[in-house]
Design a protein around this ligand. Structure first.
Ligand code: 6R9
Length: 661
């Protein structure tokens, strides 16, 4: 992917704007320029320093890294720690028990709760005792299937306290998905809720657990049920127990034990390109170190003064790393929101920012583009002046969305950190340091101090500036996955076999003229049209740069003439579309958009087909499921939609397609 790929990415390479931090921001920032030099000079010493700075070790480690069994790594050998003690007890002992840990905002308006570190300390001890009473001990897996409520955090931390690896399954996943994860992890206990609030209505969760457990063999002995919505739930006596009752019956104090740095902290399932989901697992020490460090130097959290808000769901790795383990190890105050951005109105996020005085906001490009679609007048109604830093994660952020985010949310003032990382990397890997980097809209910029990444060609050779290739990590890092649960061979095969001795992330990337990294998206999203390789992200970016387009998804559909043909699905911006666009033939608009892409990238990038749609199929973590769009574009029956946030979206798109043809 050398010369061909770079032909197609020139459109992004012309982005030259840079945004340095203000002197005021730089002066207070946790991340500094000299960290790059120090990490380069002695990487292991640098990580050892971060480990001792951010994490409390009950027994100090005596060796930073053991890479002799590569690609299996061990970090902070001899060290012993407890992740829950780091996230909770440590802050109470330091006299910060009165600090709010979680400012919970439920979906129903007015349903808020402030939970201090001292409150949490009480709850995690009781929950740990309750789990221990059910027979959960070190090494026993626990499945967590909960909505975005504080009990999810308490449940995760109580497991960590016991050394019981948790596996959190998205509340939006089906009973089938839950069953396969429970079985693979060998979970003894499931923690769930009666239901959760979603778009003004209670949505049931418990029946999915029953369905998962009713169909055949499973290792589950007990189910703990949190009361959230108060709806009726089916009950299995002897197996099911209310969370409240279990906690009430449990002892108040729990003495935490320290575990080996390499003890597994959690398993999180993530879908690969084929086959069953992989159980990515992380080790306690290295994971905690890199998450606390990046929460400090990238998200710039100052625990004594910031109000931080990460909008991710806890069932996604971003929720694990940047709601629970990173910010809480620092002792941050954060907002946790249960609902969707448009319930009960499209200004809900900005209302929360205003009311809670949020200073650091971490969200996803898909959300930002949705806000763009809803129009700038909505955030303009709220006072967002408390914000001082914005973050982006999950997919490439196109320069237009980046600029909109900075201008309309950040008041043209805040730095933006576009953070590249994965479930597998455990923590942020490539990102600006907000007080140092002159960020360029659309680029994740450079590996953070301590991380070494490269862009390589097909043969594994580093590409030069201005060229594209594969993004690889060339040195081990503390929060790297320790493997695929129960399948060491799959770990080696999936991540370490494409290029000799380096980790291949699965993403394509390019270097701009200044050597900054632009992540283009998964290489399986790279199309080949008449022998030209093009990234779906790049064409999406061109489409979104048109004033009428809010969001776009592009897929390569099989084409007898050209190998693959570009098919685009676009959502229009509500505040700029005309009557004609909305109700007319649409043919003019489609021609206008094709011409726009041709102008931005070149005639070769003109989509064969552009479909105007009302919604795009997305997973609960906000990723567009291109596989489904490809089914539509190739006139196939639409495949498995179980991981969609809203499975009816595909019916609408397919119906529109039939009409359109
Ligand atoms: C944290 C998370 C990982 C994949 C990754 C890449 C995409 C994430 C990105 C980004 C471009 C960014 N991705 N952050 N692409 N720029 N800042 O999202 O984990 O769910 O495992 O997804 O997401 O394609 O490979 P995960």
């Amino acid at each position: 992917m050398t010369t061909e790929a770079t032909e197609g990415i020139q459109a992004l390479l012309h982005e030259k704007r840079t945004f340095p931090p203000s002197a005021e921001f730089a002066a207070q920032a946790n991340g500094t320029a000299e960290m790059y030099d120090r990490a380069d000079a002695d990487r292991e010493a640098f990580w050892a320093e971060q480990a001792r700075k951010y994490v409390r070790w009950e027994t100090d480690f005596d060796q930073t890294l053991d890479w002799s069994g590569a690609p299996f790594s061990k970090w902070f050998l001899g060290g012993r720690l407890n992740a829950c003690v780091n996230a909770v007890d440590k802050h109470v002992e330091a006299g910060n028990g009165d600090r709010v840990a979680i400012h919970f905002v439920g979906e129903p308006e007015g349903d808020t709760r402030d939970i201090t570190y001292a409150d949490l300390h009480g709850q995690v001890q009781k929950a740990a005792n309750a789990l221990a009473d059910l027979g959960v001990g070190q090494g026993d897996a626990v499945a967590i299937y909960l909505p975005m409520i504080p009990e999810a955090v308490v449940a995760m931390l109580a497991c960590a306290r016991l050394g019981a690896p948790h596996t959190v399954v998205f509340g939006g996943f089906s009973a089938d998905a839950l069953r396969s994860r429970i079985a693979d992890a060998g979970a003894k206990v499931v923690i769930t809720a009666d239901g959760g609030w979603r778009r003004g209505k209670p949505g049931a969760l418990k029946p999915a657990v029953d369905a998962a457990l009713d169909s055949g063999e499973h290792p589950v002995e007990k189910v703990l049920v949190v009361r959230r919505t108060g709806q009726d739930v089916p009950w299995t006596d002897g197996r099911d127990q209310w969370w409240d009752d279990a906690l009430a019956a449990a002892a108040d104090t729990h003495e935490a034990q320290a575990f080996d740095a390499e003890h597994p902290l959690f398993i999180l399932y993530t879908s690969g390109t084929t086959g069953k989901p992989k159980g990515v697992f992380h080790a306690t020490g290295g994971y905690l170190v890199q998450n606390a460090y990046t929460s400090s130097v990238v998200l710039d959290i100052h625990p004594e003064s910031d109000v931080y808000w990460c909008t991710a769901d806890i069932g996604w790795v971003t929720g694990h790393s940047y709601i629970v383990y990173g910010p809480m190890t620092l002792g941050a105050t954060q907002v946790m929101y249960e609902g969707t951005p448009d319930t009960p109105h499209q200004g809900r996020f900005w209302e929360i920012v205003q009311e809670a005085g949020v200073t650091v906001l971490y969200t996803a490009p898909t959300a930002i583009r949705t806000f763009m679609k809803w129009g700038t007048d909505i955030p303009a109604k709220f006072d967002l002046s408390s914000l001082r830093l914005l973050g982006s994660v999950g997919e490439p952020i196109n320069p237009e969305a980046w600029m909109w985010y900075r201008e309309h949310i950040g008041g043209d003032r805040t730095p933006i950190v576009d953070t590249w990382w994965q479930t597998e990397t455990g923590a942020i890997m490539i990102s600006p340091l907000p007080g140092v980097t002159q960020a360029r809209p659309g680029s994740a910029m450079r590996p953070i101090p301590g991380v070494v990444a490269e862009v390589v060609d097909d043969a594994g050779q580093p590409v030069g500036n201005g060229q594209g290739g594969y993004l690889v990590i060339t040195e081990p890092w503390p929060s790297m996955l320790r493997g695929v649960w129960g399948d060491p061979e799959r770990y080696r095969e999936t991540y370490w076999s494409r290029f000799e001795g380096v980790y291949f992330a699965g993403d394509g990337a390019k270097l701009d003229d200044d050597g900054n990294i632009w992540v283009l998206g998964r290489v399986d999203d790279v199309m080949n049209v008449s022998g030209h390789r093009m990234s779906t992200a790049e064409i999406e970016s061109a489409l979104v740069s048109h004033p009428k387009v809010a969001e776009a998804a592009v897929v390569g559909a099989a084409d007898a003439m050209t190998g693959q043909a570009i098919c685009a699905f676009v959502i229009l911006r509500e505040d700029v579309i005309s009557e004609a666009d909305e109700h007319g033939e649409g043919a003019e608009l489609v021609a206008e958009l094709r011409a726009h892409v041709a102008k931005e990238i070149g005639p070769i990038a003109k989509p064969r087909q552009i479909m105007v749609v009302a919604e795009l199929p997305k997973t609960r973590s906000g990723k567009i499921m291109r596989r489904l769009l490809k089914d539509v574009a190739e006139n196939r029956e639409v495949g498995d939609v179980t991981t969609l946030a809203d499975s009816s979206v595909m019916d609408l798109i397919s119906a529109g397609m039939d009409k359109g043809d």
